[in-house]
Write a protein that binds this ligand. Structure first.
Ligand SMILES: *Cc1c(COP(=O)(O)O)cnc(C)c1O
Length: 748
């Protein structure tokens, strides 16, 4: 009996070859085991269990046709082949379909386990974590991340996953994975917090031969198994599993990687078409799955393995190097492939590239059309109201009707949510963009204004607000100095215990009708507000609050950006805030009459998630806090972000062959400082053209005019072949912090 086993790398993220060999050695002590790999960096080529090593040229040098013939000859000589490399499995399933000695699944079965959809999961009553293909417009990818609280992974179609925490991370991870795996077909997947479990199995012609359930007991920093406990597959999964394998007509090993969340729900992360690297752990627990596979394929009985332990751990071993495969030196540290060679010694990125080139691409999710982000009609109409043939660029464009609609809708829904008992108030956050047009619009719409400095107070007074329409927040609200003739303000929220003490000294008397505190809930990583995460801190706060002058109403404030903590998390924190507020009421003896929930909403979430729930929150808050009279929100970017666009002109078009590689425009990151923080919808128009064309994803870059490396306004966009100097690019969504934090640079 001669068995070829591929995938011998045995580092912290190992291939299963060694585990398969060890298990087969126990099952068939006399079998000839041949280890196959594609790099002398795969440490397992030195593993003593192998009788022979078949070390191939690296994938980029292999003549695939010839190699296929070799393998076919091997199979004809009655040897078996068990692959430990997913992509080799895909390739062999395609070029040598149905060979009885090739112990791997057919191409159809492989297609139905392709990520991210893993169609085969359907029969198993397992959930898939939510995902979205990166071929969707950036605008939608960003929404996905907000929805899932920035607990997100960027994943490649076969290997590799990167945890990301911000839009910037998404772009870095995506560019990296796209480069490594030569594909744009990546996807984002929501993180599931839970414990990892795994099913290893062995099947032949659709018949389940054996399986094992493994709970990870220790992990490497990359999350790979370092110790585990092996058990029976839960009974409720068994029948479905058997049924699925039959439907897939599965042959070979497989691993289903699962994660069990806190509520006990099981999610399927991956369905790998090979044994897992920990497979020998199952053998030690009395389930020799590679042995069962070979037994079924050959008819030779497997030597019965005894149960050594239901639990296994890994250790690090030094073993002698085979003299015929001396170790190669490290690659030149400066070589670009340095990290890659060490990380993927079996050359999977190269194999994938070759399979792409030969159009023998393993199945990946079908290409969705490159959809462009939907540009609201009102933005296009507002752009048409500007005569861009004449303006000097770069130029800020106020999008009048877009802004109006947003402010008006907010005001109307706030009025509708109000009742005789409780009013819903909206205060526009001035710092987000103190542009006069926006302040006036806020005032005309009947909104209040939220200020963080006395300079902002002066500015809104000048815009026509009265002082009782002003709410003061933040750590420096009295800076640079208080004009005593201004107050009383509508509300003041203290950011620290020091500020509360200041109020107790009497100096702030009669400054506002409501005084209150900004809380820093224990779940929130924030530098603002009064911490309440220890009983002592809470007691001190309660006693200070009870001493606050009774002629003021008392209020509570929270501001945590849902755009960064995520929408679901925001609502969870809101719920807990109500509990804190109730607790503070009973501990201090003061009733909460105003609840201010701050801002931090991305415009789309504000309009599609928060505003429709405004009435519910108001009733709900009133139910929790019986003395509540006012509920307030302080949107900034929710109202301002889409209210402005930036028009810029193309200065130069750079081509390679005939393709547009990049264009230089006359604006820069000095005008759009937030360009890396969230996607900006962009439009293009010829200098004398009429029609705006949204920029979709492509291969070109839009570069700023500054002599700064990082002045890159967009990567991966499709620019029309006909683009010329003088043509216009409009960057939307710049009406919030882009505008207010833009700076003068490179203008002499
Ligand atoms: C900045 C700020 C806001 C507005 O935040 P956006 O992210 O622009 O919505 C609201 N309230 C307070 C206290 C703020 O500091």
């Amino acid at each position: 009996m001669r068995i070829y086993i591929s995938g011998l790398y045995s580092g912290p993220n190992p291939s299963p070859g060694i585990g398969i060999a060890r298990s087969l050695r126990l099952a068939y002590p006399d079998a000839e085991l041949v280890g196959v790999d594609y790099s002398n960096r795969s440490s397992g080529v030195h593993w003593p269990n192998f009788d022979e090593i078949w070390l191939q040229r690296p994938w980029q040098e292999l003549d695939l046709r010839q190699y296929q013939d070799h393998i076919e000859a091997v199979l004809h000589s009655d040897a078996l082949w068990i692959s430990g490399l997913d992509l080799e499995t895909f390739w062999l399933a395609r070029v040598l379909p149905g060979h009885p000695n090739l112990l791997l699944p057919g191409i159809k079965a492989l297609q139905s386990i392709a990520k991210p959809r893993i169609d085969a999961h359907e029969g198993l009553s397992l959930n898939l974590p939510p995902f979205i293909s990166t071929e969707h417009p950036d605008w939608e990818l960003h929404a996905f991340c907000r929805k899932h609280g920035w607990r997100v992974w960027v994943k490649g179609p076969f290997y590799e996953a990167r945890r990301v925490w911000s839009w910037y991370d998404v772009n870095v991870a995506r560019a990296d994975l796209a480069r490594t795996w030569s594909t744009d077909q990546l996807f984002l997947q929501a993180h599931v917090a839970g414990h990892e479990e795994s099913i290893a199995l062995s099947a032949y012609d659709g018949e389940l031969l054996g399986c094992a359930y493994m709970r990870k007991r220790d992990l490497t920093p990359e999350g790979k198994t370092w110790a585990g406990q092996v058990n029976d597959v839960p009974a409720e999964l068994m029948d479905a599993l058997r049924e699925s394998l039959r439907a897939l007509n599965w042959t070979g090993g497989a691993e289903l990687e699962l994660i069990r969340d806190g509520a006990g729900t099981l999610y399927l992360l991956e369905w790998n078409p090979r044994f897992p690297a920990w497979i020998h752990g199952a053998t030690l627990a009395g389930r020799n799955l590679p042995g069962l596979l070979v037994q079924r394929a050959t008819g030779y009985s497997v030597k019965q393995a005894s149960v050594m332990s239901p639990e296994f751990v890994r250790v690090v071993l030094e073993i002698p190097v085979r003299p015929e495969f001396p170790l190669p030196p490290l690659p030149e540290p400066s070589s670009s492939s340095f990290g890659l060679v060490l990380k993927h010694p079996s050359g999977m990125p190269t194999l994938l590239k070759r399979l792409h080139q030969e159009r023998g691409r393993p199945s990946v999710p079908e290409r969705s059309q490159r959809r462009s982000p939907a540009i609201p009609r009102s933005i296009l109409n507002d752009l048409d109201a500007h005569d861009l043939c004449r303006v000097d660029t770069p130029c800020w464009l106020f999008l009048e009707s877009t802004a109006e609609t947003s402010f008006r809708r907010t005001a109307v829904l706030a009025r509708q949510a109000s009742s005789p008992r409780i009013r819903t108030l909206i205060a526009y956050s001035i710092k987000t963009n103190p542009e006069e047009k926006l302040l006036k619009l806020a005032q005309r719409s009947g909104l209040l204004a939220e200020a963080i400095s006395q300079l902002e107070v002066e500015r809104v007074l000048a815009a026509g607000f009265s002082s009782d329409c002003i709410v003061l927040n933040g750590p420096g609200k009295w800076w640079p100095s208080l004009n005593n003739s201004t107050p009383p303000f509508r509300a003041i929220f203290f950011d620290s215990m020091e500020e509360v003490q200041h109020a107790l000294s009497g100096e702030l008397d009669n400054l506002a009708s409501v005084i209150g505190v900004r809380l820093r809930p224990p779940q929130a990583a924030s530098r603002f507000g009064i911490p309440i995460d220890s009983p002592r801190a809470f007691r001190e706060l309660a006693s200070a609050v009870s001493a606050l002058p009774r002629e003021h109403s008392f209020g509570i404030h929270l501001h945590l950006a849902s755009s960064s903590v995520g929408i679901d998390q925001w609502w969870a924190i809101y719920d807990s805030l109500l509990l804190w507020a109730k607790t503070l009421e009973s501990a201090s003896g003061r009733t909460v009459e105003m609840l201010d929930l701050g801002g931090g909403w991305f415009p789309d979430d504000w309009h599609s998630d928060l505003l429709p729930r405004l009435e519910d929150i108001t009733t709900n808050a009133a139910g929790a806090l019986p003395h509540l009279r006012e509920l307030m929100l302080e949107p900034g970017k929710a109202l301002a972000q889409s209210s402005m666009a930036l028009a810029t002109r193309v200065l130069e078009v750079r081509r390679s062959q005939r393709d547009v590689e990049e264009v230089i425009v006359d604006s820069s990151i000095a005008d759009i400082p937030e360009v890396f923080n969230y996607p900006h919808r962009m439009l293009f128009r010829h200098s004398n053209g009429q029609r705006w064309q949204p920029l979709t994803r492509g291969r070109s870059r839009v570069l700023g005019r500054l002599c700064m490396e990082y002045d890159v306004l967009a990567t991966h966009v499709e620019l029309p072949q006909s683009i010329q100097p003088g043509d216009l690019v409009v960057v939307c969504d710049v009406g919030a912090y882009d505008r207010s934090t833009s700076y003068v640079f490179g203008r002499g």
